[in-house]
Ligand binder design. Sequence first.
Ligand SMILES: [Zn+2]
Length: 272
Amino acid sequence: MRSRALVLGLIVAIGCGRGDRAPDKPPIAIAVDGGTGGTGAAPVDGGALAGPPDAAAPVAIATVDAAVDAPLATIVDWPVPWPAERERLMLAYRRLHSDPAATDLTITPRMIVLHYTGGHSAKGTHGYFSRTRIEAERATLRKGGEAGVVSHFLVDRDGTIFRLIPETRMGRHAIGVNHAAIGVENVGDGDRYPLTDAQVAANVALIRDLAARFPIERVLGHHEVATLRGTPAYVELVRGYKNEKGDPGPRFMAAVRAGLGDSPLAAPPAPP
Ligand SMILES: [Zn+2]
């Protein structure tokens, strides 16, 4: 029991993406008014300002024309590898955890879960999410299946939005809601690399864009997913398989919700 608590604590401490270790750099202040751009925040890792982080990766830029009153969200496709083995492992995950009769990974997105990666590099997180199998060190998660973790989107510190897998493919980023949730990772953490105002603005634009294209009912921080336990929105068939997460934290969620203004999606979840 003690060692399990230690493992859980470690997972909380490292966030979701765990793609790298942060060198010592000065923190960047987060905007709490929702932000309107990225003018005040410089990227700390020096990446992704002048194009895709990996020149070898197939990248296409798609501009999504959302609802009339929504801003354009510019999405850069940077897909993670998805070999047949990963498809097979992820289908096994889906059958085990939420949909025993599933024959593919297609989902109808009904919620958006925001995360931070725990690192400072989009490239590092992309590499981590490119793994077909979850690494052996994440013992708690590995009990839930071998499929590698991945979120749908990755937002770099300058606000660049990368799409890693299609919105309607089941990802593995938040226990209990993967059957219906689009995951959005933000490069950074809650301490050494606080999320930037550019990331707040990018998350707001992306949420509006997704809500115009899918029947999105709610937006949650990963740390808020636990509030859904016991409701129909939370589906986990493996008894006792759960974890506690701290990302992206109340400050970031307050900033994103302020940016969403009077949208129904700006409502915080009810207390459990
Ligand atoms: Zn998370």
